[in-house]
Design a protein around this ligand. Sequence first.
Ligand code: MG
Length: 413
Amino acid sequence: MDASGVDRAVEVPGILHLDMDAFFASVEVRDDSTLAGRPVVVGGAGARGVVAAASYPARTRGIRSAMPMATARRLAPDLVIVPPRIDRYRAISAQVMGLLRDVVADIEQISVDEAFLDVRGARRLFGEPEQIATLLRRRIREELALPSSVGGSVSRAVAKIASAHAKPDGQLIVPADRTAAFLAPLPVSVISGIGPKAQAALERLGVRTVGQLREIPPGALTRALGPRAPEVARLAAGSDRTGLGQRVRDKSVGTERTWDEDLTDPAEVRRRITVMADEVARQLRRGGFVARTVVLKLRGPDGATLTRSATLDQPTSSGERLREHVVALWERESGALRRVRLAGVRATHLEPVGSTPQQSELTARSAGWTDLEAAMDRAADRFGTRSLSRGSTLPPRAEEEHRGAPGAGEDGR
Ligand SMILES: [Mg+2]
């Protein structure tokens, strides 16, 4: 037993994360057997095309999702480029989720090809998590002819890390008392929410692995990671027990800037807060959250601070939605506030993605769009934020995106 009185050896690692392998590409290969074993990517073939999904033969050539198509072509001259068929992927996604619901009642879909499952209630009928994972993967292979991977843990975050570890076509259930040891050698970037910036801050402390992260004093961790530090420390120690759809209390993500010279042009303020809204949306998606409220903070040269908030009709992690709201808030204030010294955008009232039935439904319906934004996040992480500017590379509406290039993204694995 540990200090909290929990016997970790007998705790059931009953949270599973199931993730389809190279989902869009696997569907294309399944539907056209001549593609088997070849480097296949799904995405736009045009000059600005981006890889939305890559088959494993393409990955062995170094091709990754969110990579520019031109780069992929250079890596594999025999590359097969298939235009995305979003409706097809959605239909098969519904079959996958239906099959999961056959076995497990407690399921939370988080994207077109991923779901968390709480299998603790299914044990009497179907056995231990390891056996349930085997059963789910076998049924998906036999009935839908598609490969998938499963991770399991006492924590949703660790289950997701374990499924990534198990890929392709594998499974890894981490026993409760082995969680810390499993995480120790992994790079800190496996923790959702630790992006390149946080990674660099940790690197300056000599921290590369989760095990090293555990060794540094709480104060230093807070300086490197901000308010997320306690949550990350809990995860690194193997003490996280966050399950399906648990509301995350008192959490928010945000960004703010102070300028040496006041901004006097309303259009310039609008541009800056738009960029901030995108940044906040990215933070939400990295952490696997959606927000119900967005807050705009403004300060003039006299030091008086103004905060205005908007409650969204549906919780979101979409940059598009957040931008709409902060710009609307700004337009209401811009007449009165002539000089802006500080501006900030914050998302509050967060909850994990897909934590309510309506939201799961919404996630499923808008999967093409949110996945596309996720693919852009990865491109931004890899090539710098300037390599993909939404205005110039993407049409404004999800519907248009589904019809045309450059292609929607899926989970990178
Ligand atoms: Mg996937």
